[in-house]
Design a protein around this ligand. Sequence first.
Ligand SMILES: Cc1ncc(COP(=O)(O)O)c(C=O)c1O
Length: 396
Amino acid sequence: MSFQNPVFIPGPTNIPESLRKACDMPTIDHRSPLFGQILHPARAGVREILKSDSAEVFIFPSTGTGGWETALTNTLSAGDKVLTARNGMFSHRWIDMCQRHGLNVEIVETPWGDGLPADRYEEILAADKNHEIKAVLATHNETATGVKSDIAAVRRALTAAQHPALLFVDGVSSIASMDFRFDEWGVDVAVTGSQKGFMLPAGLAIVGFSQKAMEATKTGTLPRTFFDVRDMTKGYANNAYPYTPAVGLMNGLNQACSMLLSEGLENVFARHHRIAEGVRAAVGAWGLELCASSPAVYSDTVSAIRTPNGFNATDIVTHAAEKYGVAFGVGLGEVAGKVFRIGHLGSLTDVMALSGIATAEMCMVDLGLNIDLGSGVAAAQEYYRGHPGCVQKNAA
Ligand SMILES: Cc1ncc(COP(=O)(O)O)c(C=O)c1O
């Protein structure tokens, strides 16, 4: 018999049985109305999850990284200036992509653990009288550090500076798990993938474009073929794609949206918050600290936990995999070896989270850290006892 523990990496996340089944379907003609019955509800479901009335949703056979490329190549031209901050591995990689596309990136270096510096953005945008900055890039949830940023504040910075730049938001590890408000925050392009909040295997880049971003597709001259949203728009009008879509995954996406919407978005967010608070209670009981610098930026989908100086945090991840068959996330980039990450997003309950907390605790004790066995579990249990969520009667 083989056993499968839940994973506690911050994506890909655990896949509910019903979604696995939804992805496993017979071949259909992807140029037929039958495909339209999968495509259009999936796009509508994503739009609702983005909290948008009018976003154009595009779904590519790709991953979140392809979503970044979609945002950039469809709207910008070589030499265009973009403004962003580097506060973790994913914002760093997005910057790298911009530079490889010949964009001129103004980078606000930000401590890893802090949120995006909206005040600094405002100063820079206000000083950009000729509106050379064409886009502001914002990573909503830095998965490397477990830091959430205030996208509404970034929009306020643009508004205060009366600046017309587009606002691109990476919501790869927030959308469908944490509150995300495409319309209210004035997001122009939102980017995510299938393998985190949507609880599916990796394989889809999911993006939303505002009407303003759609207008920019007419003037941007960066080369684009696979990720050209104009070709995609034409395809969608005929229930089709410019190439072969990942039909099974899209069927899964359709089901995932239904699951999330029937749970209720606010309930989904509350569940993630409650589970995250339990994990944070455990971290406190262990006497450890989060990489995230203050409660205002604590992520509800991933916690990056600092280990004491001189201790290699990656050893916890290796040990958990080898001894207990449980996956945690390693530290990335600047915080490699300094943090390990507990992913707590997607198809997860309090009880599942307790098993992850217990395993992390066993590993730390095995590896000689001065932690009392049971201390983190007890703290999380206390939290969950005092903050019960809805019992999921049919988690599959
Ligand atoms: C915040 C964030 N952005 C972008 C990415 C890249 O997405 P993908 O690995 O799906 O290409 C990730 C992946 O973990 C992420 O967490």
